[in-house]
Design a protein around this ligand. Structure first.
Ligand SMILES: Nc1ncnc2c1ncn2[C@@H]1O[C@H](COP(=O)(O)OP(=O)(O)OP(=O)(O)O)[C@@H](O)[C@H]1O
Length: 419
């Protein structure tokens, strides 16, 4: 047995004896995975590194359970994710995260260093010191640390990380939960995509997969929320939301700058159409930001969040677009979001851009599904001013709304996949 196979077998085994009826299948699936070298850590090593999981070393609390900061005897700093005992859901996510992260290695994706399975299930990551993006971006006290250059570099880094996951990794991986709290920043502000508990392998021979909805309100693509239709374009949509949040500094789902707009996407699109795109930029950055770069990012954010997923660019195209002038990019069509009502445009959009040239929008995609109705109304507006109940409950905030004909939605929000 190879080291990597033993890694997954060790992780899976303790779960199978309890409730995992699909364990054999999972084990076979995992057994096929080739991974980078993974290290087995003893429980004692990790307990000692975290001072016995002392509360002072706690970095945060995720869906799995707590995450602690540790120092190995070698001096290396690590982050240790400890699986809470209670949920089977957590176990599935735990295995999923281990399984997927073990096979990826990229500057913009957090590295899994190893694991421990007994007596506790622990995943060990590289420590990423500058916290998650949400903690900096959505707090007025810390927001100033993110000047435009940093924000632009974060956008470019996350784009490259997603491009890697979608197109360059061993298999295409859809992350499914791209949002600022899952983007960690290292000591040089290099972004690292984290939290692969819900990520899904994307079968090469399929154009899309239908799956249980899992994700976070405000970041989930409309076709995914309504029909469980999952493709790489769902990540592209979430990435577009993150771009616009980085430009504006407000969360899409709690946006309150304009009472006439349902959310940040709606407002940003309206401003753009009025020729006031640059006013989307958070005023504090106005003096330092490069207007062309800002305009390009806004346009990419709007292109990524278009209602019609066929029209959204792929990540390779996004990476290319990031180095272009805004006038060289196609015109975005209206965004999709909960509560939007929008007739899907048919065929590639030919549009006249500000430099006067007509261009075909890039709609090449690994998703060619047409299961989405041509006209769709989503029934649960995001704006908490209108639907306060969904904003106050953390589970519901993560929950995607679903149409009655759509796939099963999970009342507890973040769920990995139909297995
Ligand atoms: N490798 C790491 N380095 C530094 N901090 C980390 C690392 N991994 C996680 N953290 C911190 O621990 C917190 C919890 O992370 P985790 O990925 O478990 O959950 P989350 O993404 O915040 O929430 P959820 O699981 O509900 O999506 C993060 O917000 C982050 O601040």
């Amino acid at each position: 047995m190879t080291k990597s196979n033993s890694f997954f077998r060790n992780i899976i085994k303790p779960f199978r004896s309890t409730s995992d009826k699909g364990g054999k299948k999972s084990q076979e699936e995992l057994g096929n995975i080739t991974s980078h070298e993974q290290k087995v850590f003893s429980f004692e090593t990790l307990a000692s590194a975290t001072r016995n999981f002392h509360p002072d070393t706690k970095l945060g609390q995720g869906g799995f359970g707590p995450v602690f900061k540790g120092n190995l005897v070698s001096g290396e700093e690590i982050a240790v994710k400890k699986l809470a005992h209670t949920s089977n859901q957590g176990k599935r996510e735990f295995v999923n995260e281990a399984k997927l992260l073990a096979r990826v290695q990229h500057r913009n994706v957090v590295s899994l260093l190893g694991y421990c399975v007994s007596p506790e299930k622990l995943l060990v990551y590289e420590y990423v010191p500058n916290e998650s993006l949400d903690k900096l971006l959505f707090k007025s006290r810390t927001r100033d640390t993110l000047d435009w250059k940093r924000r632009y570099d974060i956008i470019c880094g996350v784009a490259r990380g997603l491009l890697y996951l979608h197109e360059d990794a061993h298999d295409c991986i859809i992350h499914r939960d791209i949002k600022p709290s899952n983007i960690l920043l290292d000591e040089n502000w290099v972004p690292k995509i984290a939290d692969f508990g819900m990520a899904k392998l994307y079968p090469e021979d399929q154009t899309h997969v239908h799956t249980r909805i899992a994700g976070t309100n405000g970041y989930m693509a409309p076709e995914y929320v309504m029909h469980g239709n999952l493709s790489i374009k769902a990540d592209v949509y979430s990435f577009g939301v993150v771009i616009l949040e980085l430009v504006n500094g407000q969360k899409n789902s709690t946006f309150d700058l304009d009472r006439e707009s349902v959310n940040l996407l709606d407002w940003a699109y309206k401003m753009y159409k009025k020729g006031k795109g640059l006013e989307i930029l958070e005023p504090v950055m106005a003096s330092t930001a490069d207007p062309d770069q800002v305009a390009t990012c806004i346009k990419i954010g709007l292109l990524c969040t278009q209602f019609d997923h066929h029209l959204r660019p792929t990540m390779s195209r996004v990476v290319l677009m990031l180095s272009r002038k805004p006038g060289a990019l196609e015109e975005p069509t209206p965004p999709g979001y909960l509560g939007s009502r929008h007739r899907r445009s048919r065929g590639p959009a030919m549009s006249s851009s500000s430099d006067g040239m007509s261009r075909e929008s890039n709609s090449q995609s690994r998703s060619t599904t047409t299961s989405t109705a041509a006209t769709a109304t989503m029934t649960a507006p995001l704006n908490p001013r209108r639907h306060a109940s969904s904003a106050s409950d953390p589970h519901r905030r993560r929950l995607g709304s679903t149409s009655s004909a759509g796939p099963v939605s999970d009342p507890y929000g973040k769920r990995p996949m139909r297995e």
